[in-house]
Design a protein. Sequence first.
Lengths: 196, 243
Amino acid sequence: MLKKIIFKFLNLSLIFTYSAQSAESGGMPQLNPEFWISQIFWLVLTFGLLFIILSKFILPKISNNLETRKSQILENIETADKQREEAEKKVKEFDKIINDTKVEAKNVFNSERQKVLDDINNKRLSLEKDIEQEIIKAEKEIDQLKKTSQEKVTKIATETSSDLIKQLIGEDINKSSLSAIVEDLSKKEMEKHNGI
Amino acid sequence: MAANPMYQFNVYRIGPEIKINSIDISFTNASLFMVISSLAILIIFNLGTKRSIIPNKIQLLAELSYSFISKMISDTAGSKAKPYFSFIFSLFMFVLFCNMFGMIPYSFTVTSHIIVTFVLAAFIFIGVTVIGFIKHGLGYLKLFVPSGVPMVLLPLIVVIEIISYLSRPISLSVRLFANMMAGHTMMKVFGGFVVSLGIVGGWLPLGFSVALTGLEILVAFLQAYVFAILTCIYLNDALNLHH
């Protein structure tokens, strides 16, 4: 195995020296002037043609393409900006409309409520007036009734008592003294009644 | 011969020999891959020019590369460098595609040849210098006189600045060429190890090969990016004269 490796190394170094020698013997082909003129001629020809075609036909087209793309992109950005502004304006308008309608709705609601409240108040007031009038009327009636009822009661009491006495005793009694007694009694009764 | 890791950089004629006034300009494998790279760039980016607001995949690729390089230029060289956009775009794409096509096995890496990268770098160097002198006149020479340097050190600094300026094309070209060549040579060497060590010992270099392939794809992109961004920086010096 070791022998093999040593052999390979020898072989390698041999090749190295061989190639170095052959390079030396052949020299660098670059320094051989045989084809220098030919190389210069073809270099000038091909590079010159390449330069002329590139600068006259191809590069202007590429730069033109780049320019148009740039301008188109700028244009697109501009229109996009414009449209965005428009959209923002529209949004503002929309908001304004919504706000306006909200305020209007509030106003309508308030005024309607006021109307309804007024109506209710009016009705209540008139109703209260009516009720008061009714109450006053009723109180008056009650008062009158109270007065008349007492008189009537005393009258009836006088009459019944005179009738009773006539039937019991069989003769008429002075009406005025009777009514005085009845009145006195009823007054006592009333006082008793009202006193409690 | 295939075991030679430098063999892959050989340039050979494809088709007939073309000569103009005894100057050989024959179509070679290097020319073939230059043509393939250029055509690939043109096809891909032409497919990416469709007029649609929502891009498809190829269009997205083209537009992303466009804005990537446009951003790179405006970051490093400012807005004054806009007229040079198509040149830097072509340069970046050409170097990138040449590097990437070189990653296909048995293909040829155009940018692994010093002459190719040097011609590109020299053209950039001369162009940048010419632009600098046109924009600032002789005032462009102020580039070599940094502000805020003590008078005693000034002669030394000016000499250093001039040397560094003149070595720009060399450093720019050698960086790309050496990276490409070293990477591809290394992959070839490890590939050779896999074959020679066989089924027993070949697994380790095979793993290395896989990792190196990933690294080389990264380097292919990175070197194209560095090449383009250094061009932008040189252009920035010529246009804005910061010193």
